[in-house]
Design a protein around this ligand. Sequence first.
Ligand code: HAM
Length: 423
Amino acid sequence: MSIQIPRGTQDILPGQVEKWQYIEQKARALCNNYQYKEIRTPIFEQTELFLRGVGDTTDIVQKEMYTFEDRGGRSLTLRPEGTAAVVRSYIENKMYGDPNQPIKLFYMGPMFRYERPQAGRYRQFVQFGVEALGSQDPAIDAEVISLAMKLYESLGLKNIQLVINSLGDKESRLAHREALINHFQPRIGEFCSDCQKRLEKNPLRILDCKKDRDHELMATAPSILDYLNEESKRYFDKVQEYLTLLNIPFTVDSTLVRGLDYYNHTAFEIMSNAEGFGAITTLCGGGRYNGLVEEIGGPETPGIGFALSIERLLAALEAEGIELPVEETIDCYIVTLGDKAKDYAVKLLSDLRAEGISAEKDYMDRKMKAQFKAADRMKAQFVAILGEDELEKEVINVKQMATGEQEEVSLSQLIPYIKQRTS
Ligand code: HAM
């Protein structure tokens, strides 16, 4: 059998990759605008980091990690998400001691989860994420959310919806946890084996179960919002106030719990409402994780962030019929006739490129007509035509493809001629 690409992964080929680059550039520019700095962490980490960071009751840790032993007998895991690694690096590099607080970081890169592949769900996918560490100000929650919304808006998406919830602080969560246990315990036998395990370890995750989502006890489960203490309530109100101030529409959904263990206070997701968008509608997820830095061995530090995948963003753009402005063109294509001109073009091409002009020539021994076709396919703005006669006279014929206009230009003037008309 021939060798094929692994399930749940994809090749991003020329023609498609320009869209990725466009989105990546937008995200980078936005982060610069909001003053989030790039961080690059390894693709693999000690497995222990994710057990502690992501949480051992999560689907990610229980079923989805690519974990392997290296030749030195260490257990390593391909990162399933970015937050735990950023927090590890934050602690290891003592960023909490930096006078510039909060520490605002972003990352972009592949993540790995052994999930069942389907539309919008891959085993290797690229997340763009941001994390703000060190601030407990609800305004930073609003800033982080607004950055994600801005990216979608700036790419032209219209059918997106922000959903927020509060998971409260420790005290609120404990009160809610008890209420959940009391609610589900008498009939836990009717739930899946995962939920039965979750009951004691993390009953909140029961609300996120896909198998039991239609069980009648789900709809009547106690809402976290009824268990928020004063401080948590005030915090959540303030986040909403800031979102309103920033003109960001949102809905509150008390059943939004997120699939990772580290959240408290603000939790949010951004969904696509576009018609024809697949079953998985979540484009982006994030929230506050005030206990995570301590959990991984650092000082008590609040944090908030989000991550979104470029794959789902592209799917949303497609569902809304949005074409990104990524048409590739080149400045100049050199068409030659005869061996002398062909040789001369080697140096001419190099000179054009050295001046920052994007240029190409034929390498396939094509006839003139086929060279013109190649220039067309590359969407060349100018075609410079060189034959033996021209070479003798030290001129070249330059055709502007958009207008069809053709001019004879002195060879020594070709570079300024093209430069003037393409910049
Ligand atoms: P998450 O909800 O697990 O959160 O993932 C965030 C986003 O990654 C999802 O909304 C989706 O866009 C994308 N995503 C997840 N799994 C896949 C997949 N298999 N295929 C394609 N896209 C996928 C986190 O990862 C948290 N670290 C977010 C965060 C950052 N919270 C605080 N800071």
